[in-house]
Each structure stands twice: as structure tokens, then as C-alpha cells.
Design a protein around this ligand. Structure first.
Ligand SMILES: [Zn+2]
Length: 553
């Protein structure tokens, strides 16, 4: 504020203004600052913005060594944040067999066959990204499908959502999974009609095989991290909020920052309950390390599975499989003490909740914790706890988010991926509270937006398009899609800017283009606030600026 007052004064007196390191001119700028919504130019000193306004006025900040960058009329928005993604998974998807876009079982198997042909016998082959809902028929692959083309290599391919995987017989044998292996808690080993494992492993059952993978070296993990970060910056993300990490991941991230290998801003959550959460509770948060590039103050818990694999916990049975209603993947009695301690220690909590039963239970648990640990006993009065996905809500639970000041962290692309099969899983009535962005906004809920990559593609323009159109990327909208839940472009932009900043306690530093905030900008090839919806998907990031530095163009 002090600096702003000085600037206004300097401009009014027409004396020398502060000299900028960089002046960016000729932008079609959407600031997401209500007091000054549009601008042409920005001046930056160090890593912060010192001026936002007209081209002519920006000239006052030019000195002999000021760099001038001409945006040539490009659209500029505050640096976009992916509020929920998995950065190592994004990188691994780049480095292992990427099965995205395999539109049939045959296409999936063809990709696998090709990889098998170039891999030594006996070596593991892993990959991710298949999704059977678009296949005809939309059925899970089986180990028999894979055994035909991969008889000698253990293979394991994770479904795009990460909540299911297919393994072949070699892999199941290595893991010792037989007809007699019991389902682990929070997971399922699918069986064929003879009672033999058919290769499909849901949620926690995936670990039976995944535990047998050769452990990646630290160098390989770092390679995945950096590959993920490179992709994110190229797409125009200035910050990611990493939805879960173990202690090994954290060591790799910190080392990469120590060696100045990371320019992306990262808000990192620690998996809980378990060692990573315990350490965070013991040591406390890391805030704004590496010049505002790294913060760790959040515990991430996973409380159910996904809708696609019918692992999401529902209040009533699945419409297309009445013998099941999904399952919780954590025991509430194990979450309670962690939640209470988190409040006392000023640690944020975010919990994955897809089904309506899971969402109700987590809101109950949050409410219970807020009562058990009153404000006076908390390190931070306002906990800003989050529910990740908040996907299927019973109408009576919708207003509870705002009432409890719980943030809904939602991924617009999930709606346009899932609404193809959600009507079958849930029936029409339950869709009223599914992906209910506008209904939540009306209750006063703050929604931060993310992609959940590598579950989804993780592209900011796909997320923005999904939020404003609520149509598939081909423009389709089926029965039960609730078009009225699409949001305005202004709201959608907030999901990935100010609301994302708020969800990480950062609204003073990030989320809008205004003086004193960090100079993070996403520059786009088209005006996403005005162009027809389908053109949003063709829009590309033409420049990413983080802390005043052009990190991608
Ligand atoms: Zn996730």
C-alpha cells in the first residue's frame, strides 16, 4: 500500500517514477481486480508489479536499462494456477507409455504391443491414460487381452483416473495375487466368472502389484518431476498445487529447488495419515521458500475411490450395479486425531471426496474438528480446509461448504469426461448435485479450479472451456448434463486465479494483476473472454511469465 501511495503521488506530481526492470506493453489485459478490471501495460521491478494501466503511463517507468516487451495485443490474464494436480504423475506420463487417446480396446492393445516389441523380455512395462468409457463395448480390459500380446513381460497400466489398473498374468504372479488373495481395505481384486483374478485392480488393490515395481532411482524421480514442470510451464501454468507427496518426493522437490532447477511455483501437500503428514505436523509449515516458489502447509487425505470404477462411496447403491455403493478408503477414527492436530498447528487439510456419502462424511468430520478445536486453540483462526473434487453432493450438503467456510476444489474437465457414464452410474436424480459449480457458487462457496492431471490432460484451456461450456470437447451435451451449472467466463477465470490463490492463503501476493503482487502472467493467443466457445480449445499459451521472468515463449 505504501508503494502504491508513493506511485500515485509521483505520477500526480509528474516527477520521476520508480524505474522498472521490465515494462510490458500492448496487452489485452484482464486483471481480475475489480477496481481496475482492464489494462494495456504492466511495469515490473524485481519479481513484483509496480504499475498497471495505460501504455502511455507505463512509459514513465522506463529507464535506460529497462527491458520493453511488446505483447502485440495478446490477451493476458493473471498467472494461472492448477489447484489440483500430481506433478510426478504428469512427468511419468510423459516418460512412460502414454495411453491417452486410445479410443478402442484394439488401439490400446496396439500401443502396448508396439512397446512390448521394443522391450527386453522380463522387464516391466508400465503406463497410464487408458479409459474404457469410450470403447465399444465400454468394458474394462482383462489380463487375457494382455497375456496374448505380453506373455513374457510384467505389464501394468493405470486407468486415466489413477483409481484402477490392469495387470497381466506375469505381473499378478510376481505380486502373488491369486483367486485366494483377499481384497485389501479400500480396494478390490476383480474376478472372472470362475473366481480367478481378471487382472483389474481397483484403488488400494493396485498397490499389491505396484509394490513390486523396480523402485525408481532418485535421478529417475527427479527426471519425472522436471518433465512435469516443463510441461506445466509450457501450457501456461504459473503455479501448481500438488495434491499429495511422500517424504521421498519432498526431498527430491527441495533438492531440485536448492539447485535452482524449478521456476514453477509449487504449493505442495503431504499425504496423510502417515509419515509425511506426521512430519508436517511435527515440523510445521514451510511458507514462501525459494522466493515465494515453494510452500508446504497442507495434508492431503484420500477418502474414497472414483466414479468410473464404482469406488466412490454413495449414500444409495450404484444405479448400474445395485449390489454396491462404493467404499471409503480411510477410517474416520484415523482421520479425527490428525484433523484436530492440524487445526492446532495451523496445517491446512484437503480431502479427496467424490461420492455423496464421502462428501457428507468429510463435511461432518471437518465440522466436528472445528468444534473440537475452537479458534482460540488454533494457530490460524481461518483454516480454509478444502474438499478435493466435491463431485457428487446430496442437495442438503450443498450449503454446508459455505457455512463451514470449506473450499470446493473442483476440476471442470471431470464433468465433461464423466458425464458420459455418470448418468448410468448415478441415475438422473442424483445428477442434480453432480459437478454443481453454479449451485455451489450461489451458496457463497469459494471454488478453486484444477485439472487433476494426469487424471485429465491438464491443459488450462480445456479446464476453462469445460467450466464455461459444460460440453464435451466435440461440443456435445447429453441428457442430465445440467447446462445451467456452467459458469460465466469471469467466474471461470477466478477459479484458476484469485480463488486458487485464496485456497492457498496467497491472495495478498497472487491471483490478480495489481501493484505489489507477484508478476505472474499467462499470455494467450486469443481473447478467451470473448471468442466462441470452440475456439477456446484452439487457444494456446504464447508466453508464461513468473516473477517478472519470461520462462516460456
Ligand atoms: Zn488428484
Amino acid at each position: 500500500m505504501r508503494r502504491l501511495a508513493f506511485l500515485l503521488c509521483a505520477v500526480a506530481l509528474n516527477v520521476h517514477a520508480e524505474t522498472a526492470d521490465t515494462v510490458f506493453l500492448n496487452g489485452n489485459i484482464y486483471t481480475v481486480n475489480d477496481k481496475q478490471p482492464r489494462a494495456e501495460a504492466v511495469a515490473v521491478k524485481g519479481e513484483r508489479i509496480i504499475f498497471v494501466g495505460l501504455n502511455a503511463d507505463a512509459q514513465k517507468f522506463r529507464g535506460p536499462s529497462t527491458r520493453v516487451v511488446d505483447w502485440h495485443g495478446a490477451t493476458v490474464v493473471p498467472g494461472m494456477t492448477d489447484s489440483h494436480c500430481h506433478i510426478f504423475g504428469i512427468g511419468e506420463r510423459e516418460l512412460t507409455l502414454n495411453l491417452e487417446g486410445t479410443n478402442s480396446l484394439e488401439a490400446f492393445l496396439a500401443k502396448v504391443r508396439e512397446r512390448v516389441s521394443t522391450t527386453e523380455h522380463g522387464k516391466w512395462i508400465t503406463g497410464r491414460g487408458w479409459i474404457e468409457t469410450f470403447w465399444k463395448p465400454p468394458q474394462f480390459p482383462t489380463r487375457a487381452d494382455l497375456d496374448k500380446i505380453a506373455p513374457d513381460n510384467p505389464v501394468f497400466f493405470t486407468r486415466a483416473d489413477g483409481h484402477a489398473a490392469i495387470a497381466n498374468s506375469v505381473a499378478l504372479k510376481i505380486a502373488g495375487v491369486t483367486r485366494d488373495t483377499p481384497d485389501p481395505f479400500g480396494g478390490k481384486i476383480l474376478k472372472d466368472k470362475n473366481g480367478e483374478p481378471n487382472g483389474m485392480l481397483l484403488d488400494n488393490a493396485q498397490d499389491l502389484v505396484a509394490a513390486k515395481f523396480p523402485k525408481p532411482t532418485d535421478a529417475q524421480r527427479e527426471e519425472a518431476l522436471l518433465a512435469g514442470i516443463k510441461r506445466e510451464i509450457g501450457l501456461g501454468w504459473c503455479e501448481i498445487q500438488n495434491a499429495g507427496s511422500d517424504l521421498d518426493d519432498q526431498a527430491i522437490i527441495r533438492r531440485a529447488f536448492d539447485q535452482a532447477k524449478i521456476k514453477l511455483r509449487m504449493i505442495n501437500a503431504a499425504w496423510g495419515p502417515g509419515p509425511a503428514a506426521n512430519e508436517l505436523l511435527k515440523d510445521g509449515a514451510t511458507l514462501n521458500a525459494y522466493d515465494h516458489h515453494f510452500t508446504q502447509r497442507t495434508i492431503k487425505a484420500i477418502f474414497d475411490g472414483a466414479l468410473g470404477s464404482r469406488g466412490a462411496a454413495l449414500l444409495a447403491p450404484y444405479s448400474d450395479k445395485p449390489e454396491t455403493s462404493g467404499y471409503l478408503t480411510q477410517k474416520p477414527e484415523e482421520l479425527r486425531p490428525m484433523f484436530a492436530e492440524a487445526l492446532r498447528r495451523g496445517i491446512q487439510v484437503e480431502t479427496h471426496a467424490i461420492g455423496d456419502r464421502t462428501n457428507r462424511t468429510i463435511l461432518d468430520l471437518y465440522e466436528e474438528a472445528f468444534k473440537a478445536v475452537p479458534t482460540a486453540q488454533r494457530k490460524i483462526a481461518e483454516p480454509r480446509w478444502r474438499v478435493e473434487h466435491a463431485q457428487i453432493l446430496s442437495p442438503q450438503d450443498l450449503p454446508r461448504f459455505a457455512k463451514l467456510h470449506v473450499i470446493a476444489s473442483m476440476q471442470p474437465s471431470h464433468a465433461i469426461s464423466d458425464l458420459f457414464f455418470a448418468p448410468a452410474r448415478l441415475g438422473m436424480a442424483r445428477l442434480a448435485g453432480a459437478y454443481a459449480w453454479n449451485s455451489l457458487l450461489k451458496t457463497g462457496t469459494i471454488i478453486c479450479g484444477g485439472s487433476d492431471a494426469p487424471v485429465e490432460r491438464g491443459e488450462p484451456m480445456i479446464e476453462f472451456y469445460a467450466a464455461v461450456s459444460r460440453k464435451s470437447i466435440h461440443g456435445e451435451q447429453g441428457e442430465g448434463w445440467h447446462p445451467e451449472e456452467a459458469v460465466s467466463r469471469e467466474e471461470a477465470l477466478k477459479f484458476f486465479t484469485v480463488n486458487a490463490a485464496y485456497a492457498a492463503f496467497e491472495e495478498k501476493d497472487k491471483g490478480s494483476i495489481e501493484p505489489d503482487k507477484l508478476a505472474d502472467f499467462t499470455v494467450l493467443s486469443a481473447d478467451i473472454m470473448k471468442i466462441p466457445e470452440p475456439q477456446i480449445l484452439q487457444t494456446r499459451c504464447s508466453m508464461t511469465v513468473i516473477g517478472g521472468e519470461i520462462v516460456n515463449e
